[in-house]
Design a protein around this ligand. Structure first.
Ligand code: GSH
Length: 216
């Protein structure tokens, strides 16, 4: 296998980068990292050195370029031979909740940008934001209740679903989302995770600030 290079954005703000990075770490796939500073005049051309998409994350493996977090997760699962739940019903649900995350929750994404190192931020709760929070709480409860008995993650073992929702946990933590007890337990597992802690430590060291993502 050609060595892997994961191109990511600022750890503090790049939620899509975090998803791919978390999965590679949890699947024990070795990779080099390239960090590209977001929101600068050269960001797009800096990313285009690695992939014409102009967005991060990007996974390079020799001449192969894989872009978009979900496609990277799928490729990583193929390399590792694990990462989706083994049972077909659980796998279908995992894919559904990943797709829902990847294409949905616009109110949450707009109102509460990921800001990994920020704490105790507060914003007004709009009905759309509350609906997104409630739906995510429901997803976490359903996954854990139906498929989570084998471990602390949404489907027991760590899967793509946990990687896809990791930035949501950080957002809920930063902006103080009110969620159910089961959701709080799930958030605690995510926040204690060694890989996530490593990401947070690195985010704290970054000197960059993106004013538009400093909310609350
Ligand atoms: N759908 C893409 C979204 C990627 C994306 O929007 N990435 C942002 C950073 S989190 C980006 O590259 N922004 C660069 C820019 O705005 O110039 C994915 O899932 O990877």
């Amino acid at each position: 296998m050609a060595p892997l290079t994961l191109v990511i954005g600022n750890r503090n703000y790049s939620s899509w980068s975090l998803r791919a990075w978390m999965l590679l770490r949890h699947l024990d796939l070795p990779f080099e990292e390239v960090v590209i500073q977001l929101d600068t005049p050269t960001t797009r051309e800096d990313i285009e050195c690695y992939c014409p998409s102009g967005r991060v994350p990007v996974l390079r493996a020799g001449s192969l370029c894989v872009w978009d977090s979900l496609a990277i997760c799928e490729y990583a699962v193929e390399l590792a031979g694990r990462g989706w739940p083994a049972a077909s019903e659980a796998r279908a649900m995992a894919r559904s909740v990943c797709a829902e995350m990847h294409s949905g929750f616009p109110a949450l994404r707009t109102a509460w940008p990921m800001n990994a190192r920020a704490r105790n931020r507060r914003t007004a709760l709009t009905p759309a934001l509350e609906a997104d929070i409630e739906r995510i709480d429901e997803i976490w409860n359903d996954c854990r209740r139906h498929h989570g008995s084998g471990g602390p993650w949404l489907f027991g073992d760590y899967s793509v679903a946990d990687a896809m929702y990791a930035p949501v946990v950080l957002r809920f933590n930063t902006y103080g989302a009110r969620v159910s007890e089961a959701a709080r337990w799930y958030m605690a597992s995510v926040l204690e995770d060694a890989a996530l802690q490593e990401w947070l430590q690195a985010a704290k060291q970054e000197p960059w600030t993106i004013p538009g993502d400093e909310v609350g």
